[in-house]
Design a protein around this ligand. Structure first.
Ligand code: 13P
Length: 281
C-alpha cells in the first residue's frame, strides 16, 4: 500500500496511545453517509481514530470506494486515521480490503482450534505485511447477538503462543464482553485481562465496547487494551435520532438536513467515547 501520511496503519496509533497511557477508539462504520462526521468527531478533539467496517458493510459500500473516501477526508484533517476491516473470516475478503486500499485488517479465526487459528492467521499476516497494512487477530470468543452466551476467557498461555507464532500487531481476546449488548452492561473479568496482559506484550483489543461500563474503560486501558471498539451504540444513537427526526418530518424536508441531525447524534457518542479513552478532561 505504500506510504501513509495521515492515513495510517493501526501501528503508530496504538504505539502512541500506549506511550501516552491512553487508548484509541475504533468505531464501526454502518453506512458511507456517516464517514465524514466520524472523522470530524475525532478531528475536533485532535485525536487519532480507527474507523472499522464489517465485511458485509464493506462489500455493500465497496472496498475501494470506502478506502478512497476515508483517505480523502483524512488528508484534509490533521489527525491520523486508520481504516480497518473488522472480523474477516475469509482470506479472500482480507485480500479484497488490502487491494481496495485498507490500511489494516482483522482475521477472525476464533471459532477454529488453536492450531488452525494460528495457521490461517499466519497466512493473513503475510498478506497484510505484503500490502504494508497492520493486522489484528482474535483468540477466544466474544459473543454476538441478542442472547448473551458466556464463553470461556482467553487462556493466557495460549495467547502467548499465538502471538509468538503469528506476529500479529494486536489481539482481540475474550474477557466476558459481548457484541451488541446495549441494554445491560457486561460483567468483565479484569482478572482474566490482567493475566493475558502479563503473558503478551502487544496491544489487546476490546470487542463489544457498547456493553462496557464507561467507568471501567480506564482500567481496561491500564491493563493493555489500547484499541477499544464501539459499534452498536453508534447505530443505536443514529436510529434513535432518525425515529424522532424522520417521524416528525414533512415529506419535502431536505433529506440532507434530516440526516445531518442523525449524524450529529452519532458524533456525540463518538466524541464521548474518544474523551474517555483518550482521557481528555
Ligand atoms: P459493539 O457493537 O458491542 O460496540 O462491538 C463493536 C465491536 O467490537 C466490533 O468488532
Amino acid at each position: 500500500m505504500g506510504d501513509f501520511a495521515v492515513y495510517e496503519t493501526m501501528i503508530p496509533l496504538l504505539d502512541e496511545a500506549r506511550r501516552g497511557k491512553n487508548g484509541v477508539g475504533a468505531f464501526n462504520i454502518h453506512a458511507l453517509e456517516v464517514v465524514p462526521v466520524m472523522i470530524q468527531a475525532a478531528a475536533e478533539l485532535k485525536t487519532p481514530v480507527i474507523l472499522q467496517v464489517s465485511v458485509s458493510t464493506a462489500k455493500y459500500i465497496g472496498f475501494g470506494l470506502l478506502a478512497s473516501v476515508v483517505r480523502e477526508i483524512a488528508e484534509q484533517k490533521e489527525i491520523k486515521v486508520a481504516l480497518h476491516l473488522d472480523h474477516s473470516r475469509e482470506l479472500e475478503d482480507i485480500q479484497a480490503a488490502l487491494d481496495g486500499g485498507f490500511s489494516s485488517v482483522m482475521i477472525d479465526g476464533s471459532q477454529l482450534s488453536l492450531e488452525e487459528n494460528i495457521r490461517v492467521t499466519c497466512r493473513a499476516v503475510d498478506m497484510a505485511r505484503a500490502a504494508g497494512a497492520s493486522i489484528e487477530a482474535e483468540l477466544g470468543i466474544v459473543g454476538r447477538g441478542k442472547v448473551v452466551t458466556p464463553y470461556p476467557y482467553t487462556d493466557p498461555e495460549e495467547a502467548r503462543i499465538f502471538v509468538e507464532k503469528t506476529g500479529v500487531d494486536a489481539l482481540a481476546i475474550a474477557i466476558g464482553t459481548h457484541h451488541g449488548q446495549y441494554k445491560d452492561k457486561t460483567a468483565i473479568s479484569l482478572d482474566a485481562l490482567e493475566r493475558i496482559h502479563r503473558a503478551v506484550d502487544i496491544p489487546l483489543v476490546l470487542h463489544g465496547g457498547t456493553g462496557v461500563r464507561e467507568e471501567e474503560l480506564g482500567r481496561l486501558i491500564d491493563l493493555g487494551m489500547y484499541k477499544l471498539n464501539f459499534g452498536t451504540e453508534l447505530n443505536v444513537a443514529w436510529v434513535r435520532a432518525a425515529q424522532e427526526v424522520f417521524g416528525s418530518a414533512e415529506l419535502d424536508d431536505s433529506l440532507r438536513d434530516l440526516m445531518i441531525r442523525c449524524n450529529l447524534a452519532m458524533k456525540g457518542v463518538i466524541q464521548n467515547k474518544i474523551r474517555l479513552v483518550s482521557r481528555l478532561s
